[in-house]
Write a protein that binds this ligand. Sequence first.
Ligand code: ADP
Ligand code: MG
Length: 241
Amino acid sequence: MEQAPLIEVRNVTKVYRVGSVDIHALRGVDLIINRGEICCIIGRSGSGKSTLLNVLAGLEHVTSGEIVIAGKRLDKMTQSELIVFRQKHVGFIFQAFNLMPYYTALENVAFPLSFRGMPARKRNALAREALKTMGLETHLKHKPSQMSGGQQQRVGIARALVTNPDIVFADEPTGNLDSNTSDDVMRTICEVMRSRNKTLVMVTHDPNMAMYADKLAVMHQGKLVRFGTPEEIFSHEEELR
Ligand code: ADP
Ligand code: MG
């Protein structure tokens, strides 16, 4: 596996202004994630996990500092450049699945391809392939309400993967699933990511999910306080509670 930095975060801060109060969500974060790695961001509620994920994904601008992804400076991009960057390089998996309720699994998964000027037949073929990878070839015509939570999240993962992105970002992707289903879903997504040498950056508060990662980034009060393998991190558990 290639060990080249794909994501580099340099002294990133993020300040939210609410009324007259400044909230320092990120206070100088440095982080490197290599291509092909599965990195989990963990830490207690309010520590800045989602903020970090959102700035890495180009969903929000940083207040200061640099973010370099695949050699490109995200912090220098305009809003429209960020949109293009996300469409080309990034997939998202959401805690609440965020599927379109009136559309079938196939239509939901094909949707991100409709921004690429691709003929419908090609879009449907790729969507079918992605759903098959997630073990859902028998559920192409199902609507979200006709599927279990685990199946809906598999559709969500297929939708994130259908554009063949370099990086997939996920915020608590197993947060709405029971623990057995969470394990199944995590195992599948990690298998797919590893087999394609893709990078997964995922927020979780569940130590069982974090064990699937190559690297853990522990956030605490807006700072990255620890970074290492799960084995290294779980011998120092105090910041996780
Ligand atoms: P976590 O995901 O670890 O629970 P967040 O990154 O969501 O933490 O939040 C970090 C801090 O930033 C919290 O104090 C939160 O209230 C604040 N925050 C997050 N998003 C916003 C926002 N859009 N506006 C104002 N404050 C925010
Ligand atoms: Mg969060």
